[in-house]
Ligand binder design. Structure first.
Ligand SMILES: *[C@@H]1O[C@H](CO)[C@@H](O)[C@H](O)[C@H]1NC(C)=O
Length: 589
């Protein structure tokens, strides 16, 4: 087998290099061969590491003890950081769920997969919609399966279900490299709690309601006018108008009126097991499933992606956490999350897996600073960072906690301030699993290993592009020869609730706003031309990097176009006979 590798390498290289250098190349091959052989031998000695990737939804960096919060108690997350490596400049590729999670799964900016929105809808709104993570995308979970891993996703997905029929499951986790899925193919959102205000296109729903009420009034007037003989009109014509009205009304009313049934569901693999889901038992069910997955697979390499639907509203919490924190329901929710992380750590430790398990903790993007009165609870807290969820390129929306613990290989208590990305997890786990990175697609993440192990002090991210949908809002530049990090904003968001990326919702800056985020992490003091000699150079470098980056973009099918986000009854996951979907799972504990 070794011979084979060597011969192959030689043949490939011969075609590429000119004859004169062949000798030197041959000795390099030999060296390479030895290296590969050595790696193979080592690989046989050390079992492949397991991975437990834990992601919280909407958690702010300022909500966590080890990132500076002194009133919320997160002892388990803090312990993970103490025993592992803490990243202080860990950046989500987008400030909202669907695009950020797309980038996490693929190691690429979401717009490369068609999940950068061009309009107002930036996330998947219905499980019965046809948009989602395209089946041909390469996810890290697919590559790990090829390396013999058993892979599981417990919790939130939010990257689509089916393409053209209810059972094709083209976007489903099982089709994206997960052997096992238990959880929410959608997300937790307000409509999951009966009696809560709606979360989805609330303004559009209001507008449509008003329009239809006006139309109803007009129709009634017509009918009255005809009945009293004021108006000459054929009855058939009137009947046609009424039927048209009813059809149009149902077409928008049904998708929105049954949001809880359509979207709040739990699936086990491709089967709907709870519809609508029960928020009260959600935490215990997810914990049970995550622990069972690890126990079942303790003797072989596994990857578990535990994707918590917390701390997104509605803030449902198990009874033992109610009223326990100093920060109302929101704080209670975080302390529950911390308890869940702790349980996961204990499960790994109890099974003696800590030494060969890399545990990772993060949030999909910054805290939601637009919620201020959700049942008296405030939303997320992004600490000293400006902005939050859905707010384009501001630091608060994209800088998130990032902790990696692997007691055997990474030094405890290490802190890394270099820029890193959630997209880096892809190459990191694929390399550790012994896999090859895909060479036919562009990857935007870089393996974290050299940084984590101290083999380098520098992040490979010289530029990072901060997208809001398909719109490039800001760019981060970490010049190769300096410790500075500059951030250049071309657009900034006007609102902390509308979550839109273009048009009236943003302000364009020309010249762009520039901040030095090492000396000014809160993005409060804009660098000015008069006082800052390097400003022109920063802009020049960033502009040319943007040009180069743009050349790598293609135009994939837009997964968030209106036809792809609208509810299609024939795609709706359902237990029972559609549209009477209903089932529930008994509690385990
Ligand atoms: C801790 O988090 C809470 C809730 O998000 C927030 O209100 C508080 O200001 C934070 N404290 C610090 C010191 O960051």
């Amino acid at each position: 087998m070794f011979m084979f590798t060597n011969v192959n390498l030689g043949q490939n290289e011969e075609g590429i290099y000119p004859k004169t250098t062949q000798r030197r190349e041959m000795s390099i091959f030999f060296g390479l061969f030895l290296l590969i052989a050595q790696c193979l031998i080592e690989a046989e000695d050390a079992p492949k590491p397991n991975f437990v990737l834990m992601m919280v939804d909407d958690l702010g960096i300022g909500d966590v003890g080890c990132y500076g919060n002194n009133t919320i108690r997160t002892p388990n997350i803090d312990r993970l950081a103490l025993e592992g490596v803490k990243l202080t400049q860990h950046i989500a590729a987008a400030p909202l769920c669907t695009p950020s999670r797309t980038a996490f799964m693929t190691g690429r900016y979401a717009l490369r997969s068609g999940l950068g929105s061009t309009g107002r809808v930036q996330v998947i709104l219905f499980l019965g919609a046809s948009g989602g993570l395209p089946p041909n995308e390469t996810t890290f979970s697919k590559l790990l399966q090829k390396q013999g891993y058993t892979t599981g996703l417990v919790g939130k997905w939010h990257l689509g279900v089916s393409c053209s029929s209810r059972n094709d499951h083209c976007h489903h986790p099982n089709n994206h490299g997960f052997n096992y899925f238990y959880g929410l193919p959608f997300t937790k959102f307000n409509d999951c709690q009966p009696g809560e205000a709606t979360d989805i296109l609330a303004d559009l729903q209001d507008a449509l309601w008003n329009i239809f009420m006006l139309l109803a009034l007009a129709l009634l007037t017509l009918i009255l006018a005809k009945m009293t003989g004021v108006l000459e009109m054929r009855s058939k014509m009137l009947a046609f108008l009424v039927v048209l009205y009813v059809l149009a009304f149902l077409t928008w009313y049904i998708p929105f009126a049954f949001l809880r049934t359509w979207n709040c569901i739990i699936m086990r693999n491709q089967k709907v097991v709870e519809q609508p889901l029960n928020l009260d038992t959600l935490t215990e069910k997810l914990m049970y499933e995550a622990e069972q997955f690890v126990e079942r697979n303790q003797n072989r390499p596994f990857l578990l992606f535990l994707s918590l639907p917390h701390v997104h509203t509605p803030l449902a919490i198990s009874k033992q956490f109610t009223g326990k924190s100093k920060h109302g329901l929101y704080g209670d929710n975080i302390e529950e999350v911390d308890w869940m992380i702790g349980r996961m750590m204990k499960t790994i430790e109890k099974l003696n897996l800590a030494e060969r398990t890399l545990m990772y903790f993060t949030s999909d993007h910054g805290g939601d600073i637009g919620i201020s009165d959700w049942q008296g609870a405030k939303g997320g807290w992004n600490g000293i960072y400006r902005g939050g969820k859905g707010m384009g390129g501001w630091e608060g929306g994209i800088r998130v906690p990032g902790i990696l613990r692997w007691t055997k290989r990474l030094s405890a208590g290490k802190i890394i301030h270099e820029p890193t990305s959630l997209m880096d997890i892809f190459p990191t786990v694929v390399k550790l699993a012994g896999g090859e990175l895909p060479n036919d697609t562009i990857l935007d993440g870089h393996s974290l290993l050299p940084l984590l192990e101290g083999k380098t002090k520098r992040s490979e991210h010289e530029f990072m592009f901060h997208y809001c949908g398909v719109y490039l809002h800001a760019v981060r530049w970490h010049p190769r020869d300096s410790d500075s990090v500059f951030k250049v904003h071309f657009f900034t968001s006007n609102s902390n609730t509308s979550f839109r990326c273009h048009g009236d919702s943003v302000t364009q800056h020309d010249p762009p706003l520039v901040f030095d985020i090492i000396s000014d992490p809160s993005e409060a003091k804009q660098l000015m031309t008069g006082t800052e000699p390097c400003l022109a150079e920063v802009l020049r470098q960033v502009r040319s990097a943007v040009e180069e980056h743009r050349r790598t973009l293609t135009s994939p099918t837009n997964q968030l176009s209106w036809p792809n986000v609208l509810w299609k009854p024939w795609l709706q996951p359902c237990c029972g006979v559609f549209p009477f979907c209903s089932c529930s799972e008994s509690s385990r504990v």
